[in-house]
Ligand binder design. Structure first.
Ligand SMILES: C[S@@+](CC[C@H](N)C(=O)[O-])C[C@H]1O[C@@H](n2cnc3c(N)ncnc32)[C@H](O)[C@@H]1O
Length: 365
């Protein structure tokens, strides 16, 4: 004889809430994938220039009209695109990118530009089978295995901050560093520089500076070199393919920066020790995720976003070495302090630089 199972009303409500949330999450995940499609195929850029029907847009970009029409309709029902209020048949509808959405989706220099977030999330999912194996074995997933979209997604998401704020807002707030960089020739080391936009932005803001960018990912270094040439600073900005924990040069710099890279490093303490040696008593500035001081669950949107990136990408890339620190994206200030102390720094100051996603630290020798 089976007993009827009863669910308490509060539990029932909680089940329903989760169920609804998952449906909402699936909807939003696919809308983000739609943003990725719009970015990669140039659909937003074309619509930023002029409203279009599916036929005109497909012809302009040499794409299949039926796919383009479905994407346009998806974007319109999601409220990302506007659609002509008085359409004829489906192929006559005119779709447009609202002005307020242009800067988010089509203006790559704008500080609101966030289309690459779709690219980054899609890229982070690319090696999902390797990640599932890694859960079983404890191995890492190498950074290069995340491919072009992850690399490009990170670079293009961070780029607007670097080109708009690094040299004109962030560094000027660190007055002694700013004075040093403006008062004469100066040398800057940018560790974990990725595609080089931080190094390039420093060079542009400080015309007397020479910047050396270091990164362990050779495709990022190649891309960074191309970016420096395109931006006309390759005479003062040089990139090197090195592992920061063991291969940094024996040279001295007026400033050492590390943007959003410590938490990805398998060996952050040796890298910080090397950064301290490069700085020789000068400033070491680290920017990393502005996560909460302590673990709190449920967490806010920043914690949720950062844990998402951590599970899918940062923790697995940071576990490449057998004895890695296994930091993950959620590197709390206390963790960085512990790493810095072990690397020989005497103090870690939090710099008064406003940013929604990053916290800025100055490591004191
Ligand atoms: C999240 S990305 C940030 C890139 C860049 N700083 C930016 O803000 O766009 C982290 C970077 O750290 C680099 N990285 C990770 N471990 C490294 C190591 N041991 N030595 C040098 N670079 C490393 C990765 O290759 C990657 O380019």
């Amino acid at each position: 004889m089976s007993e009827a199972t009863t669910t308490a009303p509060a539990d029932e409500a909680r089940s329903v809430a989760l169920l609804e949330r998952l449906v909402e999450s699936a909807t939003q995940a696919m809308e983000l994938a739609g943003v990725h499609i719009g970015l990669k195929l140039g659909l937003y850029r074309a619509l930023a220039d002029q409203p279009a029907t599916s036929t005109a847009l497909a012809e302009q970009l040499d794409l299949d009209e039926r796919y383009v029409r479905e994407w346009l309709e998806h974007q319109a029902v999601a409220g990302v695109l506007d659609v002509d209020a008085d359409p004829g048949g489906p192929s006559d509808r005119v779709f447009s990118l609202p002005n307020a959405h242009r800067r988010v989706l089509a203006e790559r220099d704008d500080s609101y530009y966030l289309a690459p977030l779709g690219q980054l999330v899609v890229g982070a999912l690319a090696p999902i089978d390797q990640l599932l194996d890694a859960f079983r074995t404890g191995a890492g997933v190498p950074y290069p295995d995340y491919g072009h979209d992850t690399r490009q997604g990170i670079a293009c998401m961070n780029r607007p901050m670097f080109i708009n704020e690094l040299g004109t807002n962030w560094l000027p707030l660190v007055t002694d560093v700013h004075e040093r960089l403006t008062s004469g020739p100066a040398r800057v080391a940018d560790i974990g520089c990725g595609s080089g936009w931080s190094s390039i932005s420093i060079a542009k803001a400080y015309p007397q500076a020479t910047v050396h960018g270091f990164d362990a990912d050779h495709r990022s270094v190649e891309g960074a070199r191309q970016n420096a040439v395109a931006e006309g600073v390759s005479d003062r900005v040089h990139f090197f393919h090195v592992d920061a924990s063991s291969q940094l040069p024996d040279e001295e710099y007026d400033l050492v920066t590390i943007f959003e890279a410590i938490h990805d490093m398998a060996q952050p303490v040796p890298a910080l020790r090397a950064a301290r040696a490069l700085a020789g008593g000068n400033a070491v500035i680290v920017a990393d995720e502005r996560v909460a001081e302590e673990f709190v669950a449920p967490g806010d949107i920043t914690e949720r976003l950062m844990y998402g990136f951590s599970v899918l990408h940062c923790l697995p890339v940071g576990r490449e070495d057998e004895h890695s620190a296994a930091t993950g994206t959620v590197m709390r200030p206390s963790t960085l302090r512990a790493y810095a102390t072990e690397a020989g720094f005497s103090d870690v100051e939090i710099l008064p630089i406003e940013n929604d996603f990053w916290r800025f630290y100055r490591l004191v020798s």
